[in-house]
Write a protein that binds this ligand. Structure first.
Ligand code: SAH
Ligand code: SF4
Ligand code: F3S
Length: 437
């Protein structure tokens, strides 16, 4: 019996891809190995969104190549975005790698392994045959929450972003397939599904008959019996009133949106090719908050994009102060080969990027902590995901607003939705207890 081990870097899309690879391999009789040392096939699912993310994948691959040199007989697979981008260059850097599989080919991993000859094969086409076949059910890590990818690729070409270059054009998964999968997961006891795409708002373009993302949500809400639905990522430009109405009206759709702002400066937003202005974004969030009271809005920010001056950065900080995001993922601009921004001078010095990053992170920490403090004493609805990392009787789950909550309770509560009293505010989570009486 052959065993596989998959190590994943990058975003939720890569996590979902790894779950699909695991499904494809298990459909062929492979079993999971607890450690790479015990695996016959080792897959590293790589990311290339920023240089650092890419380096992590390469160093992991290097480690497994070392393992192969010592043990022999192991097949090392470099999969995902960095692998797809580098292709042959990856093989010259790490000649022990057997297969290089781009992100659009990961579901072919089974066939590719069957047919491969030792010594470095490239599978880089951006083909649209991208969803699992019959019997190739993704093997998911969690039993309570699950990712379901609904749009692959991206057509947006934001100045800084490598994703459209490595994942190719946008392709939506037919709504019937999505519905069937969500219904099956709900039947298996999953309580929450996160629908994935680089830009879920453009879901359905190019499908025949055409369907919109709000229509998909409505269908899933009505027909699948799933308790909670989330989706990520939303592009502000494509977030229309029909989607806001769906979030407001559909009971299963959680009161949370991840809406990457990237920058609060119109000048920088234009340079980023984001297709909206600061005022547009402010109005959008205001409209959402009016329609969906208490909705949590989280965001992504980039500091130090080429041409970002101090006054542009101040606009970003000012927008944060004004909107009070529930969470911020902030990144220092990292030039990526082949993107429009990489052709511009990387004008913001490293130390200055570092300073700007530290400022937004510190500010957001304050904002989140303050929001969490205001919740102490109140009740929150939590979907229990299972034992927490602190061990000993601690459980963890999330609110509909996507805040992590830790509390003490019986592990049999896993999968249930419980009402908890908030007792403690931390920067990244809440502490709570089961209300007495
Ligand atoms: N599709 C999503 C996000 C994709 S990547 C969206 O459109 O928002 C996740 C985040 O990484 C981005 O939102 C952006 O903030 C950041 N990012 C992408 N490319 C980057 C780069 N070259 N340097 C720094 N951060 C980057
Ligand atoms: Fe990248 Fe922009 Fe596409 Fe998001 S929308 S994946 S940031 S190009
Ligand atoms: Fe995701 Fe990284 Fe690819 S963020 S889409 S795994 S480049």
């Amino acid at each position: 019996m052959k065993r596989y081990f998959i190590k994943t870097f990058g975003c939720q899309m890569n996590v979902a891809d790894s779950e699909e690879m695991a499904g494809v391999l298990q459909a062929r009789g492979y079993l999971p190995a607890p450690r790479p040392e015990e695996a016959d096939v080792i897959v590293v699912n790589t990311c290339t969104i920023r240089r650092k993310a890419e380096e992590k994948g390469y160093s992991e691959l290097g480690r497994y190549c070392g393992l192969k040199r010592r043990r022999g007989g192991v097949v090392v697979v470099a999969a995902g975005c960095a692998a797809g981008k580098d292709g042959r260059r990856l093989l010259s850097r790490l000649p022990q790698v057997d297969l290089v599989v781009g992100p659009s080919r990961v579901r072919r991993l089974g066939e590719l392994l069957d047919g491969h000859t030792p010594g470095g094969e490239l599978h880089l086409d951006l083909d649209p045959a991208h969803y699992p076949g019959a019997g190739e059910v993704p093997v998911r890590a969690g039993r309570v929450t699950a990712y379901v990818s609904i749009v692959r690729g991206c057509d947006n070409f934001c100045s800084y972003c490598v994703v459209p270059h490595v994942r190719g054009r946008e392709v939506s998964r037919p709504p019937g397939e999505v519905e069937e999968e969500v219904r099956r997961l709900a039947g298996e006891g999953y309580g929450e599904i996160t629908l994935l795409g680089q830009n879920v708002n453009s879901y359905g373009r190019g499908l025949d008959p055409p369907v919109t993302f709000p229509q998909l949500l409505e269908r899933l809400d009505r027909n699948t019996g799933i308790r909670r639905l989330r989706f990520t990522t939303s592009h502000p430009r494509d977030f229309g009133p029909d989607l806001a109405a769906a979030v407001a009206d559909l009971p299963s759709v959680c009161e949370w949106v991840h809406l990457p702002l990237q920058s609060g400066s119109d000048r920088v937003l234009a340079a980023m090719n984001r297709g909206y202005t600061r005022t547009y974004y402010l109005d959008l969030v205001e409209d959402l908050r009016r329609r969906v009271p208490g909705i949590a809005v989280s965001t992504d920010l980039i500091v130090g994009h080429p041409g970002e001056e101090e006054e542009d950065f101040r606009q970003t900080v000012e927008t944060m102060r004004r909107l009070h995001f529930s969470g911020v993922f902030a990144f220092k601009f990292s030039p990526r080969e082949g993107t429009a921004a990489a052709a511009l001078p990387d004008s913001v010095p490293a130390g200055e990027k570092e300073r700007r990053l530290a400022e937004v992170l510190a500010l957001q920490r304050e904002i989140t902590l303050e929001q969490h403090r205001r919740m102490v004493g109140g009740l929150v609805e939590v979907l229990v995901e299972g034992p927490g990392k602190a061990g000993e009787g601690e459980l963890t789950g999330r609110t509909r607003g996507n805040t992590v909550v830790h509390f003490r309770g019986d592990p049999t509560l896993t999968g249930r939705t419980v009402s908890l009293r908030v007792t403690r505010a931390c920067a990244h989570s809440l502490g709570a207890e089961i209300p007495s009486g």
